[in-house]
Design a protein around this ligand. Structure first.
Ligand SMILES: Cc1cc2nc3c(=O)[nH]c(=O)nc-3n(C[C@H](O)[C@H](O)[C@H](O)COP(=O)(O)OP(=O)(O)OC[C@H]3O[C@@H](n4cnc5c(N)ncnc54)[C@H](O)[C@@H]3O)c2cc1C
Ligand code: FES
Length: 265
C-alpha cells in the first residue's frame, strides 16, 4: 500500500563528492517496502518548494528499526534542498511506490548490473538475495573512482563485485557492459537485474538477450505525481502481438522485463 507519511531525518551525510546518503525514520514505509520500490520526497515538510516531489530508489530497508535510506546525487533544486537537511528535520514522503523486483526461487546465480546512482535499488536487492542463499555477482560502472558508491554495501552482503570506470581509475577501464559479457561467457547466470542510464540499460538488455538470460530493468523517467495520475512518466513496452503500448513508470514499473522495453529515448 502506498502511504503518504512524515519521515524524520536521522542522518544525512556525504558519501562522495556531491553524493549523499540520507537515513529516514519512516516505520510504515520500512515495514512494507520491497527491493526496487522507491519513495517520492519533498525535502521541506510543510512547503511547496520545490513544487513537485522527487523520486528516489530505496537503497536500504530496515523494517526492525523502521528506517529507509536514500542515496542521492545533487543535480538541481530538490536535491540541493535535500543536502541541507539535518538530523531531526521532517520530510514529506510518498511510498513505497512501484512494483519492485521479481525474485523467483529457482534463481541461484544472479548478476546485478549498475550504472552510477542506479546501484541504489540494487542494494536492498543484494541483501534479500543473500538471505535466500543466492550467489550474486555485482557489476558496477561509474565515470571515475570518485563517483563510485554502494559497492562496499554489496560486498557486505556477499556480492562478488567487479568495477568498470570510464577513466580506469578503479577496476577495468571501459563500460560495465564489457564486464557482463565476460561474466556471461564464464558463468551460468540465471537472471540479471539492471539499473542505470538508459543507453547502458539498453546495451545490457541486448547482451542478456544474446546470451538467453532473462533480465529486469528499473527505468528512470522525470516524474510529476509519482502515483499514476499525471501521465508524466510514460515509457513504451512491446506487447506479445508486436504492438507498442504506453505505460507509466511510476505505477506500472519502475521495474519491467528487459525484452519488453522500447529504449528509444
Ligand atoms: C524511479 C526513480 C528512482 C530514482 N532514484 C534515484 C536515486 O536513487 N538516486 C538519485 O540520485 N537519483 C534518483 N533518481 C533521479 C532523481 O529523481 C532526480 O535526480 C531528482 O528528481 C532531481 O531533482 P532536482 O530537483 O535536484 O533536479 P531538477 O532541478 O529537477 O533537475 C536537474 C537536472 O536533472 C535532470 N533530471 C531530473 N530528474 C531526472 C530523471 N529522472 N532522469 C533524468 N534526468 C533527470 C533534469 O532534466 C535537469 O537537467 C530517480 C528517478 C526515478 C524516476
Ligand atoms: S509521475 Fe504521474 S503518472 Fe507517473
Amino acid at each position: 500500500m502506498v502511504l503518504s507519511a512524515k519521515g524524520q531525518v536521522l542522518q544525512n551525510i556525504a558519501v562522495q563528492t556531491g553524493i549523499y546518503e540520507m537515513t529516514i525514520s519512516a516505520p510504515e514505509i520500512a515495514k512494507s517496502a520491497i527491493p526496487g520500490q522507491f519513495v517520492m520526497v519533498r525535502p521541506i515538510y510543510r512547503s511547496f518548494e520545490p513544487f513537485l516531489n522527487r523520486p528516489f530508489g530505496i537503497s536500504n530497508i530496515n523494517a526492525v528499526k523502521g528506517t529507509i535510506n536514500i542515496l542521492y546525487i545533487i543535480v538541481g533544486k530538490g536535491t540541493d534542498l535535500m543536502r541541507e537537511l539535518r538530523e531531526g528535520d521532517d520530510v514529506f514522503l510518498i511510498g513505497p511506490v512501484g512494483n519492485g523486483f521479481t525474485i523467483k526461487p529457482e534463481q541461484k546465480n544472479i548478476a546485478l548490473v549498475a550504472g552510477g546512482m542506479g546501484i541504489a535499488p540494487l542494494l536492498p536487492l543484494a541483501k534479500t538475495l543473500r538471505e535466500k542463499g543466492v550467489t550474486t555477482y555485482g557489476l558496477m560502472g561509474a565515470s571515475k573512482a570518485a563517483a563510485l558508491v554502494g559497492t562496499d554495501a554489496w560486498q557486505e552482503n556477499g556480492v562478488q563485485v567487479q568495477i568498470a570506470t570510464d577513466d580506469g581509475s578503479v577496476g577495468q577501464r571501459g563500460f560495465v557492459t564489457a564486464l557482463l559479457e565476460d561474466l556471461l561467457n564464464k558463468e551460468k547466470i540465471d537472471f540479471i537485474y539492471c539499473c542505470g542510464p538508459t543507453p547502458m540499460m539498453a546495451c545490457t538488455v541486448e547482451i542478456a538477450e544474446k546470451h538467453g538470460v532473462p533480465i529486469e530493468v528499473s527505468l528512470e523517467k522525470r516524474m510529476g505525481c509519482g502515483i499514476g495520475v499525471c501521465m508524466g512518466c510514460i515509457c513504451k513496452l512491446k506487447e506479445a502481438d508486436g504492438s507498442v503500448k504506453q505505460y507509466r513508470v511510476c505505477y506500472d514499473g519502475p521495474v519491467f522485463r528487459g525484452e519488453e522495453v522500447v529504449f528509444d529515448d
